[in-house]
Design a binder for this molecule. Sequence first.
Ligand SMILES: *Cc1c(COP(=O)(O)O)cnc(C)c1O
Length: 363
Amino acid sequence: MIEFDIRPSGHLVPDAERGAMLTSPGFGQIFTDHMITARWSADRGWHDARLEPYGPFTLDPATAVLHYSQEFFEGLKAYRQDNGSIAMFRPDANAARFNTSARRMAMPELPEETFIRALELLVAQDREWVPSGAGNSLYLRPFMIATQPGLGVNHPSNQYLFCVIASPAASYFSGGANGIKPVTVWLSQDYTRAAPGGTGGVKTGGNYAAAFVAQRQAVERGCDQVVWLDAAEHRWVEEMGGMNLFFVRGAQITTPPLTGTLLPGITRDSLLKLAPDLGVKAAEEPISIEQWQAQCASGELTEVFACGTAAVITPVGRVKGESAEWAVADGEPGPVTMRLREELIGIQYGLIPDPFGWVHIVC
Ligand SMILES: *Cc1c(COP(=O)(O)O)cnc(C)c1O
C-alpha cells in the first residue's frame, strides 16, 4: 500500500469565509483547502504520495499533456448523511473505471485501495467543506496527467501525476417548481462524440474538448444539451452531454447498451440495479431517433431522463433535430423519473437503508 505523507495547510480559509462560500456553492467554482498528489515514473513506480495545500502546478511548456491530451479523470461525490457522518457513493466503481481509463490511455494503473485511500484522506481532512442541505455535496475530481516534457509522439509519457481536488457543489440543472427542470435536447447530426475503437467509453478530456462546438450549436438552436448519436448512421441514440439516457415505457426503463462509444455511468448502473426493487423492469436496448419520435407520438414512450453524478437525474422534456421537433409526453417530469431520483438520492444521503452496500462511510 502506498503511504501518503500528510502536510496540512497552515493557511486554512477562515470559518466565516468558508461558511459564506457554502451557502450557494454553484458547481466546480470553489475548492477546498487541500489536494492529493502522487507521482509515477517508469523507474520508481508510484512515489511522493501526499496530502498537501491546494495550489497551482508548475509545468514545463513542453509537458506531454498540454500537447497530446494524455489524461483522464473521474467524478464522484461525498454526501453529508442524515446522521451527521460523511459518505462517498460507490468509490470502488470509480476506482475500477479509473483503471479502465488508464489502460485505454496507455497510462499506469493506480491500485484501487490507493485510489479510495486518497479520497478518504482528502474528504476527512476537508470535512468542514462538505455542505449540508438538500442536493448539496462535495464533488471529488481525481485525475491523472502525462508530465514528461518533450514533443515526441511515438510513445507515451514516462512520468505521470495523479491528483484529487474537491469542490463543494449544489446539484446543477436544478430549479423549477419542484426543484427539477426538464431540459430540451438537440440531436447532433453534424458532429460525432465517439466512434468504435475510439475513446468514447473512457473519461478522457479530449472527448469533452471535441464536444463544445456541438454544445454551442445546441444552445444556438434554443436547446440546453446535445444528444450524441452513433458515428456510422447518425440514428442510434448514445448519450446526452456528460450523462447517460433512459427511456421509460410505463413501468419499464431501457438505456442504450454499452457499445464502447458511450461512457459506462455509475449512476446508469445504479439505476439498472435499483429499479427492479421498485417494481420497474430495467433493460439495455438500443433506440433510434425515428423510434424515439414515433413512440412519443403513439404515447408508448412516457418519460425520458438523463442521469449522472453531477446532476443525478434530469428529465428530458423536448427534442429538436434538423428536420423534426417533438415533446416527450407533456414535457413535465414523469412519475418513474421522480421515483427513481428520490430512491437514489435517499440512498446517497442516508435517508433510506442501502441494500446494495454502495454507501462508503468516511468519517
Ligand atoms: C461521467 C460521464 C457520465 C456519467 O457517469 P456517472 O458515473 O454516472 O457520473 C456519462 N457520460 C459521460 C460522457 C461522462 O463523462
